[in-house]
Design a protein around this ligand. Sequence first.
Ligand code: NAD
Length: 263
Amino acid sequence: MDVAGQAAADALERAGGLLAGAERVVVFSGAGVSTDSGIPDFRSPGGLWSRYDPRELGFRRYVSDPGTRRLAWRLRRELHRLEARPNPAHLACVRLAEAGRLAGVITQNIDGLHTDAGLPAELVCEVHGTGRQFVCLACGERGPMGEAVARVEAGEEDPACLTCGGIIKAATVSFGQNIPADVWARAEALTAACDAFVAVGSSLVVQPAAGLPVRASRQGATLVIVNREPTPLDDLADAVLHGEAGTLLPALVSAALRARPQR
Ligand code: NAD
């Protein structure tokens, strides 16, 4: 192993050691957890999302402008076709849960891959909603996204609610929409009760979600950041691992479980 490789291995063991005593770990996941599953993130160069400015698909424009809705449905259709599957980073969260050490995953992702990986729904808090369902903005009717996408595939560029004719939208929290109060309360409660907080694959700039790691750290939880590139919170973290989530998160979980002190 070269010097850089040894330093990375040492950093991993050290981070695992920091997590060894933690009983209530919160994993906070961002779009970088799902890039290995083929879903592009927002801020890395290239890919599907780099062709769209998410602010242009913000809630107000979605409601007021049919052209924005048509664009959003085209994007939704492309994402639906990806048929993404969980990757080793999602499976590492399941492993932590099976070891009885995971308090929950707070995810900014809307792709449903944490539950596909096998995490029970009660351990997953989707702060930005889900792209697996659509919701009617008028009557609240919900349904599987596949049904809405099938209508788009069949030629409806901006499908309306079949119950009331209202505007339907992915059940996600778009720019300009608030996170539902109950979901946010759950994310805050998980953060307040955790003894370790592992932020993975998030640029940690999207608020208010990015405030959670700061809160966890201030209350004394161990903060570990895993990301391909530096984040604005690296200086606050007890350990920072730079690299691929699909490699580092499984290795971190293994190191934490290995290093667990005997009771
Ligand atoms: P982001 O795009 O702002 O940041 C992703 C971060 O992950 C970047 O810092 C990037 O360098 C890093 N990254 C990318 N691939 C990685 C990998 N394989 N290993 C390690 N790090 C990697 O995403 P965000 O912070 O989650 O915020 C953007 C918003 O857009 C969130 O609401 C997010 O959920 C949403 N979004 C969701 C999806 C999804 O559901 N999969 C995809 C795109 C965007």
